[in-house]
Every structure is written in structure tokens, then in C-alpha cells.
Design a protein around this ligand. Structure first.
Ligand code: GRG
Length: 315
């Protein structure tokens, strides 16, 4: 594997802005990034034997969704001075892990849901066993994308990315958060536990997105630390807004069953703090996240706008 991607840290002179902040058109950026990710996702999964498995994997992976995680990864890669498609396989891997978690989250043994991304859930289409296996195959394919399908990135950087993805998907991340979430159903949960659940269930993967993107570009420790702070803020804010939308939006707009938290007797931010205070808290977290990137503000326009998008989104 070839090494060295040129980074902004390689030179003493500050790199020119990737995007001039005053000229930044977020809607155009988001749409272009989404189309780039969609094409890469489509190319990442051929219809191969066993076709039933490929079909189930493709069904959920290519079902739309905001593609926020891969877009965050690519934006962090660019902020760190990365150029070209070097981070695209990692971005795809992150969406595969996210999609796996949605498939498993919807299973009867977990949230038992029928609707996801505006379509019947994976187990409703392919049966429970196939949905579990499609999730397993997406999770392992994610690691394959990084380890075996990331040409041009050094083995050292890829190893760091594999580490981030492992931490985010396992017991210290998604799985740990999901376990505490399931254990908390029907119980009254305090704010500290709610924060634990969401920092792990939702925040860990969002953190992996920005850190992995930055690692592929060879980001230094200072930028990585700032991105950690940024990711914590947007991770919690994302989940607060998710809780608010569960109460205020329709299933049609969300593409998943609205009002689910109430039915499952889950503790949520609106339940603990009320809608108004929840929104205030989300806004405060986004402000903290953006402040962490202040030293890079000339190059951080996409990540700053993505932070705002998290609180302004309607689905
Ligand atoms: C088996 C390794 C392994 C892990 C699975 C099931 C599980 C453990 C964890 C659940 C994680 C989960 C579903 C968290 C919810 C995160 C969340 C808010 C999802 C919605 O994300 P959006 O709004 O969805 O970005 P789209 O569809 O737009 O991508």
C-alpha cells in the first residue's frame, strides 16, 4: 500500500481554505456529498453468491437515509488536508456499520419495528435469520472496506481506523449503549444514564466518523482532540433532536415509526427536560461543538454547517 497523503500539517504555511466560508453553499455541498456517497455505496456491494444475502444487504444499505456519517467522515478528511477519494472506503464502512445497527435495532428481540427509511424493515422483508446475517455481513464488510479496499492509504493509518471502528461498534460503543438502553426500558432513568446510553449508542459512531476521516488524512493530535470535542457535542445534540422528532414529527416524514419512545416507555430528553429545554440543550451542544473548530474556521465550513444541520433537520 502506498503511504503519505499530503496534509495541511506537512507545511509551515497554513493551507488555503478548502471552501471559502463566505461562499459556502451548504445545500449544494450536502447534495453533492450525498450523491458521491450513494455511488460509492452502490459500488461496494456486488450481487454475489449467495444472492439472497447480497439482496438483503443491498436492500437496507441502498435504502436512502441522510448519509450523515459518511459525509461527516469526508468533511473531517478534507478539514485535515486530505484530497481525493482516499477516505471514501472508510466513509462507506461507517455507513455499513450504521446500517447494520439499524437492521439489528429493528429486530423483534430489540425495538421490534416494521418501518425504516420509509420501507418495511429488513426482517419484515427477508425474515429474522436473514436480517441478523445481513447485519453481520455488513459489519464485517465494513472492516474489509478499510483493511482490503482502501488503496493509497498507509497500513499504519488504516490500522488506526480499524481501531476506531472497533471501539465504536463494540462493547465500548454501539453494543454497550444498546444494552443499557434495553435494560432501561420501563424504568425511570436519570440524566447521567441517558447521556451514557446516547454517547455510546449514537455518539460513538459519530465520533468514529470524524476521527477516522481525519486519521486517513494524517491529522495531528491537536486537530484530533478538537474533533473529539466537536463529535461529543454533535453526538448528544443529534440524539436530543432524534428524541424531539420522535414526539413532534410524523412517521411519513421520519421514514420510521414516530412516537416509538413513548410506546416502548423509554426515557428521553423531552421526557426528562421538556421540549423547550431539550432544544436549548441541543443548541448549546452544537455551539460547543462549533467552538472547538474555531482555530480551523477557514477550512471547517462543511463541519460547522453539518453541526447546524443536526439541530435544524426535520427527519
Ligand atoms: C451487532 C456490533 C453490533 C451492534 C448493534 C443494535 C445496536 C447494536 C445498536 C443500536 C444503535 C442504534 C440503532 C442507535 C440509534 C442511532 C440513530 C439515532 C439512528 C438514526 O440515524 P439517522 O437519523 O438515520 O442518521 P438515517 O436513516 O438517516 O441514516
Amino acid at each position: 500500500m502506498a503511504a503519505a497523503v499530503s496534509t495541511s500539517q506537512d507545511t509551515a504555511e497554513p493551507a488555503p481554505p478548502a471552501v471559502a466560508p463566505w461562499a459556502f453553499d451548504f445545500a449544494a455541498y450536502l447534495e453533492a456529498a450525498r450523491l458521491r456517497v450513494e455511488a460509492a455505496l452502490d459500488g461496494s456491494l456486488a450481487l454475489e453468491r449467495p444472492e439472497s444475502l447480497s439482496e438483503a444487504m443491498r436492500y437496507s444499505l441502498l435504502a436512502g437515509g441522510k448519509r450523515l456519517r459518511p459525509i461527516l467522515c469526508l468533511a473531517a478528511f478534507e478539514l485535515a488536508g486530505g484530497e481525493g477519494d482516499l477516505a471514501l472506503p472508510t466513509a462507506v464502512a461507517l455507513e455499513m456499520i450504521h446500517t447494520m445497527s439499524l437492521i439489528h435495532d429493528d429486530l423483534p428481540a430489540m425495538d421490534n419495528d416494521d418501518l425504516r427509511r420509509g420501507r418495511p424493515t429488513n426482517h419484515k422483508m427477508f425474515g429474522e435469520a436473514n436480517a441478523i446475517l445481513a447485519g453481520d455481513a455488513l459489519l464485517t464488510r465494513a472492516f474489509e472496506m478499510v483493511a482490503l479496499r482502501s488503496p493509497g492509504v498507509s497500513a499504519e493509518r488504516l490500522l488506526q481506523v480499524v481501531g476506531e471502528l472497533s471501539l465504536a461498534s463494540g462493547a465500548p460503543g454501539l453494543v454497550g449503549g444498546q444494552v443499557v438502553d434495553l435494560e432501561s426500558e420501563g424504568k425511570s432513568v436519570d440524566l447521567e444514564t441517558l447521556e451514557y446510553i446516547h454517547l455510546h449508542k449514537t455518539g460513538a459512531l459519530l465520533r468514529a466518523c470524524v476521527i477516522s476521516g481525519a486519521l486517513v488524512a494524517g491529522a495531528d493530535a491537536t486537530l484530533q482532540a478538537a474533533l473529539h470535542t466537536y463529535a461529543r457535542g454533535i453526538g448528544l445534540a443529534f440524539q436530543i433532536i432524534d428524541d424531539i422528532l420522535d414526539v413532534t414529527a410524523s412517521s411519513d416524514v421520519l421514514g420510521k415509526t414516530a412516537g416509538k419512545d413513548l410506546t416502548a416507555d423509554k426515557t428521553t430528553y423531552p421526557k426528562l427536560l421538556g421540549l423547550e429545554e431539550s432544544r436549548r440543550r441541543a443548541d448549546g451542544l452544537v455551539a460547543e461543538a462549533k467552538a472547538a473548530l474555531e482555530p480551523w474556521r477557514d477550512r471547517a465550513a462543511p463541519l460547522l454547517a453539518l453541526a447546524d444541520y443536526i439541530t435544524s433537520r426535520d427527519r
